[in-house]
Design a protein around this ligand. Structure first.
Ligand code: PLP
Length: 339
């Protein structure tokens, strides 16, 4: 019997447009000659707040409001999708938003940074060295705001914490309904891994709902050991924070991460990745992003070519968004040809 999660969820805001579509990429699948590839369109969860972060923020910001917050503080890279989504939602809810961005100000502001400012977020830049002591940076920002009379709430990078895990637990329930409707049983549900919350939620979701598919992350930063430890840490906090649902989670579960597609580093796409983004755009009318989905999708296609999914009939790739991240790469795209 699959677990009924109804009644086990913590407080949640209604922010995302759900359910998102699940669509087959038949021209690409035919070209590759492997499994049928399906795209879960989480790039359509909203307009400007679109992507995977909004699913986690539905739970994380609900918690912030419960605690009486009127200001959201969060952090990320200069082109953080998570920060952009937080800025949009803060505006929508009438909250103030402070963003701590790692790196130097880019002028003129482009992509996500341009949107952060358009939606009225206060943006501060911090050096990589300052970012290493991130917790300190967040808490000193929070105490400065508290002295001013604000009621700040700190959201971790990527909204990946114990509460944020609920976003992709709920998405797993949505996926199980999608698969039932389509009469399919995919072998894997694949996504890009950047702070771990999406893969963590998908992993818990599949285990709690006793589903047969394997959630699989392609890391775009750090490595497998890092994410394994990070996700397990968040799950332990999740167990303590949500003892009711935690009763249904076995003590042992696997976390699947495929390495090898990060390229030169976080936020640096290879020409191969940009080429595959352009190719998919022209072939299927779908735009990935150069930092997350482009790398993971390229990784999945390479693994299909190498025969790693030869026993799969259906594969699902979650398009976690990030489309605005393409704009700062316009120069790099100029040299990229479609294959
Ligand atoms: C943040 C992000 C991811 C990674 O999700 P995590 O939960 O942080 O691992 C993937 N794709 C896009 C577009 C993102 O913005």
């Amino acid at each position: 019997m699959t677990l009924d999660l109804e009644g086990l969820y913590p407080p949640r805001l209604d922010l995302a447009q759900l359910p998102t579509p699940l669509v087959p990429l038949d021209r690409l699948s035919e070209q590759l000659g492997g499994p049928r590839i399906w795209l879960k369109r989480d790039d359509l969860t909203e307009a400007i707040a679109a992507g995977n972060k909004i699913r986690k923020l539905e739970f994380v910001i609900a918690r912030a409001l419960e605690e009486g917050a009127d200001t959201l503080i969060t952090c990320g890279g200069v082109q953080s999708n998570h920060c952009r989504a937080t800025a949009v939602i803060a505006a929508k809810l009438g909250l103030k938003c402070h963003l701590l961005l790692r790196g130097r100000e880019q002028l003129p502001a482009d992509g996500n940074l341009f949107l952060d400012q358009l939606f009225g977020a206060t943006v501060t830049f911090a050096s990589r060295a300052e970012f290493i002591a991130l917790d300190q940076l967040l808490s000193s920002t929070a105490s400065t705001l508290r002295e001013k009379g604000d009621k700040p709430f700190c959201i971790p990078i990527g909204a990946s914490d114990a509460t944020g895990l609920w976003g992709y637990i709920a998405a797993s329930e949505e996926l199980s309904q999608d698969f039932e409707r389509h009469g399919m049983t995919p072998s894997h549900v694949i996504s890009a891994t950047g702070s771990g919350g999406t893969l963590g939620g998908l992993t818990l979701g599949a285990v709690l709902l006793d589903q047969p598919w394997i959630p699989m992350g392609f890391n775009v930063s750090d490595d497998r050991a890092y994410f394994d430890a990070q996700i397990r840490r968040d799950v332990e906090i999740w167990r303590d924070r949500y003892p009711g649902p935690a009763k249904h989670l076995p003590s042992e579960f696997e976390i699947n991460i495929t390495e090898g597609y990060k390229g030169p580093g976080y936020g640096i796409p290879t020409t191969e990745v940009l080429t595959s983004i352009r190719t998919l755009a022209e072939l299927e009318g779908v735009l990935l992003d150069p930092v997350y989905t482009g790398k993971a999708f390229f990784g999945m296609v390479e693994e299909i070519r190498q025969g790693h999914f030869q026993h799969s009939e259906d594969l699902v790739f979650i398009h976690t968004g990030g489309v605005f991240g393409n704009f700062p790469f316009r120069q790099a795209y100029a040299d990229v040809k479609v294959q």
